[in-house]
Design a protein around this ligand. Sequence first.
Ligand code: SF4
Length: 169
Amino acid sequence: MAFSIHSMLAKSPWFVHYNCNSCNGCDIELLACLTPLYDLERFGVLHVGNPKHADILIVTGSVNHRNARVLKNIYAQLPAPHVVVALGVCGSSGGVFAGAYNILGGVDKVIPVDVFVPGCPPRPEAIIDGLVRAVGILRDKSAGAATVPAATPTLTVTPSPAPQEPHVA
Ligand code: SF4
C-alpha cells in the first residue's frame, strides 16, 4: 500500500469529508480508517477540514434538495486537480433512500464523481482501496491525462406491496 500510493503521487493526498445526509454508518467506517488499526496517515493521507486544502472530496449519504447546494459550494472550493469519491450505496445511488420524495439520488446527480465505493457501509479495506484508485486518478489528472468518469452503479428499488386491508368476517 505504501509503495502503491507513494509511487503514484509525489505529494501526500489530502481529503475533506462531507456528510451529505448519511446515517453516519459510512462516516464511522471512514473514521476507522484514521484509527491506529488502519492508520491511513502512515501513507501520507491526511484528513483536512477545509476544501481549499483538499485533493480529494469524500461524500457520504444521499443528496437531497437541502444539501445539494452545500455540496456544490464545497465542490466549487476544491483546487484543481481534484477527485470526488462517493462512499457507500447512498452516495453512489441514493441507496435505501432512492425514490424518496426529498432525495435527488447519488452524489453524481449534483457533482461529477470519479470513484464509487459500494457497500452499506463499505468496510475500511474497501474505502482504502477506493482512495488508492482516487490517488491514481489524481495522478492522471495532474499529468493532464483525460479520465473517464466512473459509471454510475444502478440500484433497483422494488416497491413494497400495498398493505392488505384486514379481513373482517
Ligand atoms: S450506505 Fe448504508 S451505512 Fe452508508 S449512509 Fe447509506 S445507509 Fe448509512
